[in-house]
Ligand binder design. Structure first.
Ligand SMILES: [Mg+2]
Length: 225
């Protein structure tokens, strides 16, 4: 049995900008700031780290209270924006998830989204229930600390011990690659987000794919065929 840990945005689905829109709306709504997110590195960061950076950028106090208040507003706005900016599940994702489960592997989430944000985004496309464990942006602001948390939860849920070399971390940004390598997992980079294939190559993932469409090829690469 192998373990597959999936990132959300740009990997499983796109939200059509709803996540970014929600970050902006919450800032304006609660802190009266106009944040265009141009100087904030959103891709691959945890929601907690993004909000901390926004607060710092606007010289607001980076306190637990402010971070929680901002994230609370973000979640309300996320739900709101997802009604108009619906996004889509990315090509190949459903067949891949189906097959991995069918063949007895574990699938979970490893994402910078706070848990409730992940639930809102995945529920909008009816796939939240497919993941019974994961590590999230509210477990730790540092994405590189999330791998062992996801591993521990997977082991508890599936009652199986996993070697790091049997854990695949699938994501669309350099931060996903770093997060996989931080705990000895296998980094699978997929160029369906904001980073191009060539861009991602520079960060030396263990596997690099244009998308997740060729299920057969992916299983071969993962050593499952
Ligand atoms: Mg992503």
């Amino acid at each position: 049995m192998k373990l597959f840990l999936f990132d959300i945005d740009g990997t499983l689905l796109t939200t059509d900008g709803a996540g970014r829109a929600a970050l902006k709306s919450a800032g304006t709504d609660l802190f009266a700031i106009q944040e265009d997110l141009r100087t904030i590195n959103v891709s691959g960061s945890t929601d907690t780290a993004i909000v901390q950076e926004i607060l710092r950028h606007h010289s607001l106090e980076v306190s637990v209270a402010n971070v929680n208040r901002y994230l609370g507003g973000y979640l309300v706005w996320l739900q709101q924006h997802l009604t108009t900016l619906s996004g889509a599940i990315l090509p190949g994702v459903m067949p891949l998830l189906d097959l991995l489960v069918e063949e007895g592997h574990g699938i979970g989430l490893l994402t910078g989204n706070v848990r409730r944000g992940a639930e809102i985004k995945l529920s909008a496309h009816g796939i939240w229930d497919r993941f019974s464990f994961g590590a999230f942006g509210d477990d730790n602001a540092d994405r590189n600390k999330l791998g062992p948390i996801a591993k521990g939860r997977a082991e508890a849920r599936l009652n199986t011990k996993f070697q790091e070399s049997d854990i695949f971390v699938i994501g669309d940004t350099p931060k996903d690659i770093a997060c996989a390598h931080a705990f000895g997992g296998i980094a699978v980079a997929v160029a369906t987000g904001r980073y191009s294939f060539d861009n991602l190559r520079e960060y030396q993932p263990d596997h690099l794919c244009r998308d997740l469409e060729d299920t057969k090829d992916l299983l071969f690469r993962f050593g499952l065929r």
